[in-house]
Design a protein. Structure first.
Length: 376
């Protein structure tokens, strides 16, 4: 290779001819030695901000600092967390009564109210009946009786005649609310002595109930099962209204008629009283309780403190008798015996009627109205 180079140089110097064509590409030379470091380049432009780093872990607790100066007010501390709820305090004494406040402004007039219980409106010069009457009615059956027209039913229950303990008797007026108890109990009476000891269901205690006249068989055998006892007891209703009731009793055969201004509510037979051994249970003739719908014998069912109920043969019922002729007062009917219920009804017992007062044209029945004005 070196020889060819020298020949080419000699040839060029000696002849000075024209340049020949480019030679073929030579072989790749060997890698040269590493050069010395170059000079520092110009500073580059600032790079873009890098992404945020991750949050570092919590550092270790630092050491306790030196004691600060004394008698120097520190800065306010941070607000602490709310503490637990305290115990309920004692109730404070009542405060003194405050002074009466000033009178408020007059309120607006209210809307017109609905008509009263009797569906009427008070108009001058008509009056208003503010009377309230409460009666008890007894069906003498196992069915609950209805109250008269214009009356409101307060409650319903069982017909009670009274109580007895030894020789002491408490009789209930069948025309009043006390004779109609909402629930039946063989013995609901308790006796308490002076030492503060009370006893319930003492053997000598008795209760008497009006019987159901629809039952044909008489329970002479003591009954202790409530399902046996209840069908023999009359049902009742307590009624409230503004019209007064009166009772009329006849002496002859005819049914008594109600007077002018009254209407007939019920017809029946005049019942006076009953006797059960030493206990007497009477009805007042001016009470609705003295006029029973149906004559029956016996009238009452006797229940004992030991928890049984039955009819006893020594029970006696008293009815007002009629005097059809009134020829011989004091001697009529003496020795007459009636053996069947038809003769007893037709010829033996006095009939009665319960009459309810009509509302006058100048009187409006307004149950519960507080204004008491009436023109009669």
């Amino acid at each position: 290779y070196q020889r060819r180079v020298r020949e080419a140089v000699v040839s060029t110097q000696s002849t000075g001819g024209e340049d020949g064509p480019p030679g073929s590409r030579g072989y790749t030379g060997r890698r040269g030695r590493t050069g010395s470091p170059g000079e520092d380049g110009m500073p580059g432009i600032p790079g873009l901000p890098g992404p945020g780093g991750q949050k570092g872990g919590r550092g270790r607790k630092g050491e306790r600092g030196d004691q600060g100066p004394t008698n120097v007010a520190g800065s306010p501390g941070r607000t602490g967390r709310p503490g637990p709820q305290g115990d309920t305090g004692d109730r404070a004494p009542n405060g003194e009564q405050g002074q009466q406040g000033a009178t408020g402004d007059r309120g607006k007039s209210g809307a017109t109210g609905e008509s009263g219980g009797c569906d009427c409106v008070l108009e001058e010069p008509r009056g208003c009946n503010c009377d309230t009457h409460v009666y008890a009615v007894h069906s003498q059956t196992s069915r609950l009786p209805s109250c008269p027209d214009g009356f409101k039913t307060l409650w319903q229950g069982y017909s009670l005649l009274g109580y007895a303990s030894g020789e002491i008797t408490s009789s209930q007026d069948l025309g009043r609310a006390g004779s109609c108890v909402e629930s039946f109990d063989v013995m609901s009476m308790m006796s308490c002595d002076g030492t503060g000891v009370c006893r319930h269901g003492v053997g000598s205690d008795k209760s008497f109930w009006l019987m159901n006249s629809d039952k044909e068989d008489v329970p002479l055998k003591p009954m202790s099962n409530m399902d046996q006892i209840l069908p023999y007891i009359s049902r009742c209703s307590v009624c409230m209204g503004t019209n007064k009731a009166v009772v009329k009793h006849a002496v002859g055969r005819e049914q008594p008629r109600c007077d002018n201004g009254f209407k007939q509510m019920l017809t029946g037979y005049t019942y006076l009283m009953a006797m059960a051994q030493k206990a007497g249970l009477g009805q007042n003739l001016n009470s609705m309780g003295s006029c029973l719908r149906s004559p029956q014998s016996p009238v009452l069912l006797e229940c004992l403190g030991r928890g049984t109920c039955s009819v006893y043969v020594d029970h006696v019922d008293f009815w007002l008798a009629q005097d059809p002729t009134r020829i011989n007062p004091g001697a009529w009917g003496m020795g007459v015996i009636y053996s069947n219920m038809k003769d007893i009804k037709d010829d033996g017992l006095t009939k009665c009627s319960i009459c309810i007062k009509n509302s006058s044209p100048l009187e409006i029945a307004q149950l519960g109205n507080k204004r008491r004005r009436r023109r009669l």
